[in-house]
Structure formats: structure tokens, C-alpha cells
Design a protein around this ligand. Structure first.
Ligand SMILES: CC(C)=CCC/C(C)=C/CC/C(C)=C/CC/C(C)=C/COP(=O)(O)OP(=O)(O)O
Ligand SMILES: O=P(O)(O)OC[C@@H](O)CO
Length: 418
């Protein structure tokens, strides 16, 4: 092998050796994805997947939010979802399934862009869509962004080079997620053309993870069973990947809905577990519970009355909020926490239902009178009051208004109109 002996060539060799030694000899953790993140909630902008009306309460317990979904997602629904998540105290990442979902707004809102690269799909899912994405940033997003900040007289040659720079900078700041998709019957598999014969053995998964860490330098290795729990096979795969890799974070997602299955994936070697469906199930369940409560309760029912109704009419253990909170090991009493959040939800819902767009008492007041202590259970930064204030004004407009809460994504979306 002929070495480049120029100053730049030597600098590159030394820089490379320092980087490799740091990572492998001295185990310097230069991965920008925090190692403390152990619970990720995937919030899907798909119009069918609603958020519970008091979502800031639930989301205060997770470590990070990931915005993304494979079906019926576009730039508008993605931006709206980011907007909603501004009322949560957690970092939010953007995991697009299409490049056009990325806009200057999503880039500003996201802690980072997480770009999926599928290790066991078709070439499009590994590199084709990435190429389209880079082209989109270079040809549309970067020039548009620069148009807004550069003076009109900027020569074309200068704005062209700046667009080049900005494109490379955005990619440099992005993190890459190397997916291994193991449930062929999922939206993610369909999107990436993963069929049953593409699912990997433990040994194959380990080898591809090694290639992703050392060749693609993927910050995240993502074992994906979307919609189904991977059980012992997933645990064996995580164990094998954990053993073979050092620098990349290892995430597991798919079918998590209990303390036991979340713990099993962490114990097998996952740095973080990703939970999606069961979070959205809370919204569907609370809609049906609150619709029933509306037959029995009035808007001014006090905390005791609402709690009594819940205890009498709801099997709280079957409420998906319990399952969601169980996947977060730091939540001590998932059933009691879920019950308290449900009582607050029913009270807020009744209040909106009875008073419509111009409530006699503000939603934050109503919330505090029924659920004050709930708020103190979690993170101090949770901005429920501020959120409920914004929700009060948003509910008086059909679409939440240009700066209000985008209510169409909430379980309560049609309560005022309907
Ligand atoms: C913006 C730039 C530079 C690139 C974008 C490159 C893109 C969009 C790549 C996407 C490649 C692709 C086909 C990914 C499919 C795999 C995927 C996104 C899985 C995640 O699926 P979820 O939507 O979370 O899962 P479910 O919908 O199945 O729950
Ligand atoms: O929706 P679930 O099955 O929880 O899966 C979470 C995530 O891995 C999907 O990309």
C-alpha cells in the first residue's frame, strides 16, 4: 500500500489512528447519542395515531421522544407533532421515513436528525432513499434556508458553495440508525422491502451490526420488531451484538408493554428500549372511557367523585397507560400513576365537554383542583399549566390555529365540534 507522505496525508493518518485508539483502546465515548437514554417513546405523526390529551404527564417519564412513522406521515403532520412536543421537557429527535418530512422547522425543533439505514432490506432502504434525501437537502432545503438569511446580492457561486457546506454540515450533525428489521409483517418492513427471507439469524445480525459500527459508523444499531415482541430470539441477538460492538448505542423496539419484557431487553444488552404502539393506545382507550364518563359525571365533579367513578367503571390494570408506564423502570407504581393521570384526564375532558370553547373556569385551574398532586409526581419542568392554557384557546378554534396546540392529533380533537 503506498502511503500519502504529504503533510495532509500524514495528518489524516495520525488523526485516524487517534480516533480509532480513542474508540477501541481507551473506550472514549464520543458517540453523540447519550448513553443515559434508556427509554425512548416513539411518537407517530400519522393522523390515526392520537396522543392522550394529557400527554405531557405521560411523557415526563421517558428519556427521549422520537418523532417518526412509516404510514401517512408528511411534513405538516411532522411539524405539528414537533409543535405538540414543545410542551414536554424531553429532548426530541426526528426519525423521518421520507426525506420530504424534513424542513427547516423540524431541524430547528429536533435535538438531532436520526437517519434510518436498513441493513436487511433492499438497496433503496440502505442507500437509495439516503441519496434522494441528500439531493433534496442540497437542491431544495439548503438553498431555501439560505435564501431566507443571505442578502439578495449574494453571488450565485457563493450561495452555491454555502448550500454545499450546509448540506454536509446537516449530515455531519445527523446521527445514523442502522436498522435490522425482524418483523416482516410491519409497516417498517414494507417500507424497506424486508420479507420473511430477509430476517437475519443471530450470527448474521451480529456481523451486520459489526459492519454498521465500523464501516457505516452508525451511532445507533436498532433491532426492530415493530408491532411484535421479539422474545428470546431478540434477547439472543442483542446479546450477540452487544458482545461484538463497543461504540454504537444498541436500541431495541417492538411490542413492549410490560416491565418484564422491557427489562428483559435491557438485561440482554440493549442500551435503550423504544416504545410506540402502547403509548398511542392510551389515547384510544381514554376516548372510550371519557365518552362513558360523560353519561354519568358533570363538569364540576370533584376529585373524589371522578376517582370513585373511575374505580367503579374502569379496569385500570387493563388501561394501556399502565402498560406504557411499566416499560419505564423508574416509575415506581405504574398502576397508581396511571389511575391518577386517568382521573385528571376525565376531569379535564368533562370540563371541555360541558363548557365548550369558553369555559367558566380555565383548564389549568380545573386541572389543578382535581389533579394538583399528580403534577408533582414527575419532572418539575413538565409544563402542564402552560399547555392547558394553550389548549383552552386552541379548542375554541377548529384546527388549533396557526400558533395554538394542533388539536387534531389529540384524543379530544372532536369533542368541542362534535
Ligand atoms: C433526510 C435524509 C438525508 C435522508 C432521509 C433518508 C430516509 C428517509 C430514509 C428512510 C429509509 C427507510 C425506507 C426506512 C424504513 C424503516 C423505518 C423508517 C422504520 C421505522 O419505522 P416506524 O415508522 O418507526 O415503525 P412502524 O411504522 O412499523 O411502527
Ligand atoms: O410500536 P411498537 O411495537 O412499540 O414498536 C416501537 C418501535 O420499534 C417501532 O418503530
Amino acid at each position: 500500500m503506498t502511503r500519502d507522505s504529504s503533510v495532509l496525508g500524514v495528518a489524516r493518518t495520525v488523526g485516524g489512528a487517534v480516533g480509532i485508539a480513542g474508540r477501541h483502546l481507551f473506550r472514549v465515548d464520543s458517540n453523540p447519542v447519550p448513553s443515559e437514554w434508556s427509554h425512548v417513546t416513539k411518537v407517530d405523526p400519522e393522523p390515526e395515531k392520537l396522543l392522550p390529551v394529557l400527554y405531557p404527564l405521560y411523557l415526563q417519564h421517558t428519556d427521549v421522544l422520537s418523532v417518526g412513522g412509516s404510514r401517512s406521515v408528511d411534513q405538516r403532520t411532522t411539524e405539528e407533532t414537533f409543535h405538540l412536543l414543545e410542551w414536554t421537557p424531553k429532548p426530541t429527535i426526528h426519525e423521518p421515513s421520507g426525506a420530504q418530512h424534513v424542513s427547516s422547522t423540524t431541524i430547528e425543533s429536533a435535538t438531532f436528525l436520526a437517519v434510518p439505514e436498513v441493513l436487511n432490506g433492499d438497496s433503496n432502504a440502505l442507500v437509495g432513499t439516503l441519496g434522494e434525501g441528500i439531493e433534496y437537502i442540497r437542491e431544495s432545503l439548503a438553498p431555501e434556508t439560505l435564501d431566507g438569511v443571505l442578502p439578495r446580492w449574494t453571488p450565485d457561486a457563493v450561495s452555491d458553495r454555502l448550500a454545499d457546506f450546509l448540506t454536509s454540515w446537516l449530515l455531519h450533525e445527523a446521527v445514523f440508525e442502522a436498522y435490522i428489521i425482524q418483523n416482516p409483517d410491519s409497516a417498517a418492513a414494507r417500507e424497506a422491502n424486508v420479507t420473511a427471507s430477509d430476517c437475519l439469524t443471530v450470527e448474521e445480525a451480529r456481523q451486520r451490526a459489526m459492519a454498521a459500527e465500523r464501516h457505516l459508523e452508525s451511532e445507533i444499531l436498532y433491532l426492530e420488531y415493530s408491532g411484535t415482541f421479539g422474545g428470546e430470539e431478540a434477547a439472543a441477538t442483542l446479546d450477540a451484538i452487544r458482545d461484538a460492538t463497543t461504540w454504537s448505542r444498541l436500541w431495541y423496539g417492538g411490542g413492549l408493554d410490560s416491565r418484564e419484557n422491557a427489562r428483559a431487553m435491557l438485561a440482554a444488552g440493549a442500551d435503550a428500549v423504544v416504545v410506540g404502539n402502547v403509548f398511542h393506545d392510551i389515547a384510544a382507550a381514554e376516548r372510550s372511557i371519557c365518552t362513558r364518563a360523560a353519561d354519568d359525571l358533570t363538569a364540576d365533579a370533584d376529585e373524589a367523585a371522578v376517582r370513585e367513578w373511575v374505580d367503579r367503571h374502569v379496569d385500570v390494570d387493563a388501561f394501556p397507560a399502565v402498560q406504557y408506564l411499566e416499560t419505564i423502570p423508574s416509575v415506581d407504581d405504574p398502576a397508581e400513576t396511571a389511575r391518577a393521570y386517568l382521573v385528571a384526564t376525565v376531569a379535564v375532558w368533562m370540563h371541555v365537554l360541558d363548557d365548550g370553547p369558553t369555559p367558566s373556569e380555565s383548564l389549568p385551574e380545573r386541572y389543578r383542583s382535581v389533579a394538583g398532586p399528580t403534577h408533582a409526581d414527575g419532572d418539575d419542568d413538565v409544563r402542564v399549566d402552560e399547555y392547558l392554557d394553550a389548549l383552552t384557546s386552541a379548542l375554541s378554534r377548529a384546527d388549533g390555529g396557526p400558533t395554538g396546540v394542533p388539536v387534531t392529533h389529540l384524543s379530544i380533537h372532536d369533542v368541542v365540534d362534535g
